[in-house]
Each structure stands twice: as structure tokens, then as C-alpha cells.
Design a binder for this molecule. Structure first.
Ligand SMILES: Nc1nc2c(ncn2[C@@H]2O[C@H](COP(=O)(O)OP(=O)(O)OP(=O)(O)O)[C@@H](O)[C@H]2O)c(=O)[nH]1
Length: 213
């Protein structure tokens, strides 16, 4: 009897945080990524919300990306330590139309790095999202400034995103997952088995998983 193909398949559950100031578009980015939806209507997130994206990464790897949408109003409170626990990656989001939200990025990054680490003590991989780029003033090019900022603050990289126009959302997620997989620190799904985090069924959207494993 031939065998082995099932056991060769790896499944991961990655907890990824989405943090940043109030109203920068955290919920919208997740909605765009998971449901391909966008709404102009603003409803502040209270506490934390979850969404799940299942990615057939390749023929042997399935990634369950659990996105934790942490309300901007939860800023640096005691609860963030609880929310951050066991995260293996993060997006820090700011709104390109509001400078104050960019100024707050360093604080979010510092808060993140002080509260969660990889098993080897390194900061978890994080990516900076300059959201609402559909509203960016024409002719502004901050590429070198942003690259320097990422180097100084320890972000792996940055993307201009628009949840509204679906710009770079998938690309940013792919980039982060690639880096998380390099660390390979996610728990194999069998070990975590859904017990670690109870998902709110109403906010969970799982894609079907054709073809993999
Ligand atoms: N033009 C534009 N508007 C956006 C974009 N992303 C989000 N918005 C709008 O910005 C507002 C806030 O978006 P949310 O996704 O609720 O922001 P949030 O960061 O989750 O807010 P909190 O949960 O309160 O911290 C909403 O009115 C969205 O429609 C974008 O890429 N472009």
C-alpha cells in the first residue's frame, strides 16, 4: 500500500494582528481580504473581532490565517497584552490622509514588540500598511522616507493599500505570510485544534479548500 501523501501535508494556524489608530481602515482591510467587500459606512470596532482566511499556499501547505482586528480605541491598554498573545505576525495600519495616524505608528510598533515575541526572542514579523492610498495627494512620493522608517523601526516592509479600491491587500498578506513561514513558528493546526482561540462564528469566513492535501 502506498502512503505518506497525507502526512506530508502541513497545516498551519497563524494568528495575525491588525492594529493602528481609530478609523485607519483595519476592519475594511480584513473585509476586503477575506470577503472581497468594502463599505463606506464606519462602525467602530469594539474590543476585538476575528476573521479567518484559509489559504492553499502550495500543494503541500495549508495556512489558516486568523486575523485579529483590534479596535483603535484599545490603544495600549492592558487588554492588548491578552490580544497579542501567541501572535506570529502583525499589520500596523495608518491612514495616509491623517498624519497623526502615522505619528502613532512607532508607538504601536513599540507596544507590539514589548508584548509579543517569537520563541527565539525576536520581534514577530510586522508589515506597515499605508491605507486609503486612493485618497493620496497626487505627486507625493514617500518611498525612501518610508523605507528608512521601516528599517529604523523594524518593519519588514510597507505597502500602500486601499481597502476601497483593492490595492495591494493580497500582496501585503502574501508578503507577511511568506515571512511567517520562514520563521515556521505557527503551530501545526492539529496541535492547536481550534481550542486556543474560540472564534466568533458570525465573523468567521472560511474559503473552501479545493485541491490541497
Ligand atoms: N477612501 C477609503 N476609505 C477607507 C479605506 N479603508 C477604510 N476606509 C473608510 O474609513 C472608515 C474607517 O474604516 P474602518 O475599517 O472601520 O477603520 P478601523 O481602523 O477598523 O476603525 P476602528 O475599528 O474604530 O479602529 C470607514 O468609513 C471606511 O469606509 C480605503 O482604503 N479608502
Amino acid at each position: 500500500m502506498s502512503g505518506g501523501s497525507v502526512s506530508e501535508c502541513k497545516e498551519y494556524l497563524f494568528k495575525v494582528l491588525v492594529i493602528g489608530e481609530l478609523g485607519v481602515g483595519k476592519t475594511s482591510i480584513i473585509k476586503r481580504y477575506v470577503h472581497q467587500l468594502f463599505s463606506q459606512h464606519y462602525r467602530a470596532t469594539i474590543g476585538v473581532d476575528f476573521a479567518l482566511k484559509v489559504i492553499n499556499w502550495d500543494s503541500k501547505t495549508l495556512v489558516r490565517l486568523q486575523l485579529w482586528d483590534i479596535a483603535g480605541q484599545e490603544r495600549f491598554g492592558n487588554m492588548t497584552r491578552v490580544y497579542y498573545k501567541e501572535a506570529v505576525g502583525a499589520f500596523v495600519v495608518f491612514d495616509v490622509t491623517r498624519g497623526s495616524t502615522f505619528e502613532a505608528v512607532s508607538k504601536w510598533k513599540h507596544d507590539l514588540d514589548s508584548k509579543v515575541k517569537l520563541a527565539n526572542g525576536s520581534p514577530i514579523p510586522s508589515v506597515l500598511l499605508a491605507n486609503k492610498c486612493d485618497q493620496k495627494k497626487e505627486g507625493t512620493n514617500n518611498t525612501s522616507l518610508m523605507e528608512n522608517f521601516c528599517k529604523e523601526t523594524g518593519f519588514l516592509g510597507w505597502f500602500e493599500t486601499s481597502a476601497k479600491d483593492n490595492i495591494n491587500v493580497d500582496e501585503a498578506a502574501r508578503f507577511l505570510v511568506e515571512n511567517i513561514l520562514l520563521n515556521d513558528k505557527g503551530l501545526p493546526y492539529e496541535e492547536s485544534n481550534g481550542e486556543r482561540i474560540k472564534l466568533d462564528q458570525e465573523t468567521v469566513a472560511a474559503e473552501s479548500r479545493p485541491g490541497c492535501c
